[in-house]
Design a protein around this ligand. Structure first.
Ligand code: PEP
Length: 251
């Protein structure tokens, strides 16, 4: 009922040439994958070339961030309409690295989500708790605050277009994955929260991805959970064979 999404976040890796080589290999490896949305998120400078290379394939392109204005004196920023023009269909918003190093807040996430939707991009909105927040029993409190803030003032039909990525910060790039049970517990709570915010129908249809050290050897167990609808993958998306195996997870 919910089409799974496997998205690769390349972070600050790969030149244009390396990005093109990676998607050429990936295209061949996932050509037979069915019933899954496949997304790659290159650095800004490679988006246009990668989107051109992927035209006609089953792999879509995402940005790793977006700004909320369409144009103006905002040096260094990239507008949603420009990302769309360059070939993006999705925009990752509120990744924990942006929250941690670049001052992203729930309020800026909310502005970016609204702007992305307006431009016709599908936001992949990231949320997740720090280790100390998990250890002090605050996981759902933190995640609920991020979701309510990120989705503030959005009508239910806009919320329905969004993908949420639950990424416990302590699991990103650390090799420590949340256990399938730990992830499922949070995903289930997120779905209940979405039901409260936007109604049961929106909650039932919403794709909630897990992110945090997803690899070829743990994806099947994670995807076996009822409320895990896909993965946001960092490190393991940088090699075509490991990402292709994740795309071809066994549920
Ligand atoms: C990410 O960048 O969103 C991520 C989950 O990274 P990794 O898979 O490397 O933990």
């Amino acid at each position: 009922m919910r089409t799974p999404v496997i998205a690769g976040n390349w972070k600050l890796f790969n030149t244009v040439a390396e990005s093109l080589a990676l998607v050429r290999d990936l295209k061949a490896l996932v050509a037979d994958a069915q019933g899954v949305e496949i997304v790659v998120a290159p650095v800004f400078t490679a988006i246009h070339a990668v989107a051109g290379e992927l035209k006609g394939s089953t792999i879509a392109v995402s940005s790793q961030d977006v700004y909320w204005e369409e144009s103006g004196a905002f040096t260094g920023e990239v507008a949603p309409c420009l990302l769309k023009e360059a070939g993006c269909a999705y925009a990752i918003i509120g990744h924990s690295e942006r929250r941690q190093y670049f001052g992203e807040t729930d309020e800026t996430v909310n502005r970016k989500v609204k702007a992305a939707l307006k431009a016709g991009l599908i936001p992949i909105m990231c949320v997740g708790e720090l280790l100390e927040e998990r250890e002090s029993g605050k996981t759902m409190q933190v995640v609920a605050k991020q979701i309510k803030g990120g989705l503030a003032d959005l009508p239910a039909d806009d919320i329905a277009k969004i993908i949420i990525a639950y990424e416990p910060v302590w699991a990103i790039g650390t090799g420590k994955t949340a256990t399938p049970a730990q992830a499922e517990e949070v995903h289930k709570s997120i779905r209940s929260l979405i039901a409260a915010l936007a109604g049961t129908q929106v909650a039932v249809g919403m794709r909630i991805l897990y992110g945090g050290s997803v690899k070829a050897d743990n994806v099947d167990e994670l995807m076996g959970q009822e409320d895990i609808d896909g993965a946001l993958v960092g490190g393991a998306s940088l090699k075509a064979d490991s990402f292709a195996r994740i795309v071809k997870f066994n549920k």
